[in-house]
Ligand binder design. Structure first.
Ligand SMILES: NC(=O)c1ccc[n+]([C@@H]2O[C@H](COP(=O)([O-])OP(=O)(O)OC[C@H]3O[C@@H](n4cnc5c(N)ncnc54)[C@H](OP(=O)(O)O)[C@@H]3O)[C@@H](O)[C@H]2O)c1
Length: 161
């Protein structure tokens, strides 16, 4: 499975329960990459979506410790192994889509991370694990610098050593 995230210069991913940036080109990349896939997320990330609704056209797998949490249109799971099994059993490509707790929880099970690096310091309160400092990971691909909505960013891929 792969993780997909957009991070600032400090590997920040969110603040106050929402995203740090609005970058339409990155949203498009996310939509196209995860189309038809199984996506694994934390309960807080699900709640951050418009109306708390799952992403259309994908199998939405949501991690929670709450046995009574049963949002409509999602597969609820209660631990990382259960999340991985539900995703792999679907036969679809699998992406871990956040947030901070769930990236940290599922990273060991990922082979690749698709990281959009945004050239900004956004003052985040949720983070992706710093893969430049994480043993076992290396920066395998780095795209050209792009611009959208006033942000400079690039698409990168980290892989396991
Ligand atoms: N930049 C990006 O690419 C990106 C992507 C996604 C999200 N985000 C941002 O990330 C932030 C949310 O991240 P977050 O870390 O606060 O929350 P999160 O990872 O989305 O969800 C955390 C929740 O997941 C559940 N959970 C965590 N570990 C679990 C385990 N071992 N077993 C079962 N359930 C478990 C718990 O739900 P319960 O409390 O229900 O038990 C926990 O409260 C938001 O600001 C969002 O906008 C950014």
């Amino acid at each position: 499975m792969k993780a997909i995230a957009a991070v600032d210069k400090s590997w920040g991913i969110g603040r106050g329960g929402g995203l740090l940036f609005h970058i339409p080109a990155d949203m498009r990349f996310f939509r196209e990459t995860t189309k038809g896939a199984a996506v694994i997320m934390g309960r807080k990330t699900l709640e951050s979506f418009p109306g708390g609704k799952p992403l259309p056209g994908r199998l939405n797998i949501v991690l929670t410790r709450d046995p009574n949490c049963a949002p409509e249109g999602v597969t609820v799971v209660h631990g990382p192994a259960e999340a991985e099994k539900a995703a792999l059993d679907s036969g679809r490509p699998v992406f871990v889509i956040g947030g901070g707790e769930v990236y940290a929880l599922m990273l060991d099970r990922c082979a690749e991370c698709l990281i959009t690096k945004v050239d900004a310091n956004a003052g985040a309160d949720a983070f992706f694990p710093d893969l430049d400092k994480a043993p076992g990971w290396y920066l395998a691909e780095e795209g050209d610098e792009l611009e959208d909505n006033g942000y400079s960013f690039r698409f990168t891929t980290y892989r396991r050593k």
